[in-house]
Ligand binder design. Sequence first.
Ligand code: GLV
Ligand code: MN
Ligand code: MN
Length: 418
Amino acid sequence: MSSPSAPSSAWAAVDERRLWARHEKMARIGATPGGGVNRQALSPEDAAARQLMVRWAQDLDLTTATDPIGNLYVRLPGTEAGLAPVLTGSHLDSQPTGGRFDGTYGVLAGLEALQAIRQSGVQPRRPIDLVAWTNEEGSRFLPGCMGSGVFSGLMSIEELRPATDWNGTTVESALATLHAATPDVPTYAAPPPHAYLEAHIEQGPLLETADTTIGVVTGIQGARRYAVEVTGEEAHAGTTPLKNRRDALRTAITMVAELNREMEAGGEAVRFTVGRFDVEPGSPNTVPGRVQFSIDFRHPDLTAMKQLGGRIEPICQANAGSCSVYVQLIDDMPPTAFAPAVVDLVDRQTAALGYSKMRLPSGAGHDAMYLARVCPTGMIFVPCEKGISHNEAENAKPDDLAAGARVLTACLVELTDA
Ligand code: GLV
Ligand code: MN
Ligand code: MN
């Protein structure tokens, strides 16, 4: 229970300007000329973002911890030692041309909540651990959500260590560099979480279009990620007749065209993206011998996801021609339904604070989909400008960010007393 003398309105201590100022400061780390950030997972910029978090935590007299996969934890202690903590957070890594709010907002809203709770005099029964999860984005190293995946026991760090980025750097070596950047941070130790609540910008247009401040998130659609490798044969562009070629690029383009055709026929709910395409040797006058491309496939319905997803490898094989193709399924996350009790809590606290709200599922993936496998989990969305995300132009309003942080704070206080 909160101490009798403490006001129960920790949310009232959320400071919009302080929260915005931290966003501005964080956005300087990895800032891009286009106004976004390039702070890819386990990069020097990612390490600098964590160092800043550690400094902010120290300024607030909060303790920090880390773990082998590099998650960074900031703890607000509870009054009853040893109780399972309530977790909140998101990620500080970004897309290569990412925005200033994707992930960062959930981490900074969490820090704002911890500060507001402390400032208000409310004494939580359970500890509240704010977490910056490692490599949520999955753009430099696949799969994404490595930090929350390992934390939840659904991924094995031993299997992730040899994974390489597009330049051949391994997760293992990048993690060693990351840990070296915060050498005095001890290892995290806590019982499994009591609950997890993540704040995030919506990354879509629904809230803004409906002029609504808070999204009460009901779940997350399913997602699969594949790496496809097409192998042909390098040949001279001037001498090799077209019919004699084993052109890996021409083959890969045919595969992608066929996949797009099938996915478009699959209905409005399908999301299908080839976002990375690497051609080797990448010379204008050599027939490409090898192409690697990525596939990101999502659907809210498990049956449809299995049916359409099951078409991906056969389509690649059927269009391989004289080349060979290797289709690797890297990540397969079924749709996630959040815990009704947490969804209801967010709904109720949003109403109590007087914000407009709507229930909606998440089209984007989040660390919450892994946490949902180990504890009652939910998410809070706030609007972002024109729904633009994974784009340097991503933007959000200070008052919406503060509203989400207030709802988060009120929910965390309730969860810590349960
Ligand atoms: C997360 O960034 C996602 O790809 O949904
Ligand atoms: Mn995100
Ligand atoms: Mn993202």
